[in-house]
Design a binder for this molecule. Sequence first.
Ligand code: B12
Ligand code: SF4
Ligand code: SF4
Length: 388
Amino acid sequence: MRIEDRIKEKARELGFDSVGITAADVGEREAERFQTFIADGEYGEMDWMAAKAERRRHPQALWPEARSIIMLGTNYAPEDDPLEVLRKPDRGYVSVYARNRDYHDLVKKRLKRLARWLVEETKSTADVKVFVDTAPVLEKPLAASAGLGWQGKHTNLVSREFGSWMFLGEVFTTLELTPDTPDEDHCGTCRKCLDACPTDAFPTPYTLDARRCIAYLTIEHKGMIAPEFRSAIGNRIYGCDDCLGVCPWNKFAKASQEAAFIARSELVEPKLAEFLALDDAAFRERFQGSPIKRIGRDRFLRNVLIAAGNSGNKDLAGQIEPLIDDASPLVRAMAIWALSQLSDPDRLARLRAERIAQEPDTSVRLEWGRIEILDKKKPATGTMPMAD
Ligand code: B12
Ligand code: SF4
Ligand code: SF4
């Protein structure tokens, strides 16, 4: 059996769902497209993308001895339609990838096993390095050129077998392996993902402006979320899957049987009310081993408060009110916004009058002020228009 076939057999034995081989080169066209994304600033605050751009464009700048890359896919398709939760405004939407363990741990363990096996199999003539979103590597274009699928109009890799639900990881090696044939683009005239995006994050098909993406805003972005996105975020409290979830190729996906990726029931449609009371210790305990832990309690609460503000559930106002005195300005600011959507206007005016003068943080004062400006615009109606 050829070494390429033995690698694929071993990868499947180790639990990978998809495997292909490509040269250690993303190609000039992809390198240029990536450069355009950087030049246009579409990476937002993810400065680490621009900082090591050269290595992303050229895998051999990351590791000069690399000759081939073995790309591995791991299916994480959910059992049921995950987007159902979006219709339940007093519940929070947690992205499918974050409903259980952090995928990096499981995928990396398997990659290491495959790499170790390859070294033994080649009697140490092969040198190897493994990555799963842990180094500056353009994983999607590499997976496409290794034949795992194609980059859909939502920019993620789509597979005919697993739809849009596949994690990627890779083994770089010094071995000269025969590359596989890239898959063709099977999007055709479909544009479901583009039309489904709540924040219009796709400037054109196949390109994403991360600054507008809810996955970016709720996970990567550290500061206040701009008013223009707050309503559109709806009840998405960690990530977003709208563009992935509507992809027609998902009908071929079989639900993942991987224990680490089968959703924890309490993260499928968690009650927003449960999260509003989380302090730092409770947050860390609750999200031990989960990708959600990475964003910390304050950013998580920021997201939950936006969802609470969008819920229309006035009963939540009582739980939100103490958060306007939270130690974190991020939490205080979003609590004010959430109350502005739910609270009784007279009560809110009183709270503002009590707090605005002593508020030390400019951005929090701005949130109070924003309500004030709107308040002044329509004093005669007796109701305070609270929306941004
Ligand atoms: C930065 C990043 C993000 C950013 C930016 C997303 C993005 N589209 O780049 C944010 C935070 C928004 C994000 C969100 C998500 N991410 Co992310 N992310 C990454 C990361 C770390 C780098 C991606 C990157 O290099 N982007 C830069 C852009 C320029 O690259 P690109 O999208 O491939 O851009 C190409 C196309 O635009 C193309 N292009 C341009 N014009 C044209 C025209 C045509 C005709 C064609 C064909 C192509 C084309 O050329 C560009 C360069 O190759 C990767 C891990 C990695 N190391 O690769 C994970 C990764 C892409 N993310 C992943 C996942 C799962 C997600 C989420 C689903 C998580 C969630 N639910 O919240 C969302 C999906 C949002 C979406 N629609 O992309 C998976 C995707 C797996 C897959 N099947 O593709 C990855 C690969 C992680 C992993 N190891 O599994 N992510
Ligand atoms: S993840 Fe959500 S916000 Fe981001 S591009 Fe897809 S649909 Fe739009
Ligand atoms: S939803 Fe349609 S356009 Fe988008 S990736 Fe899937 S097939 Fe392509």
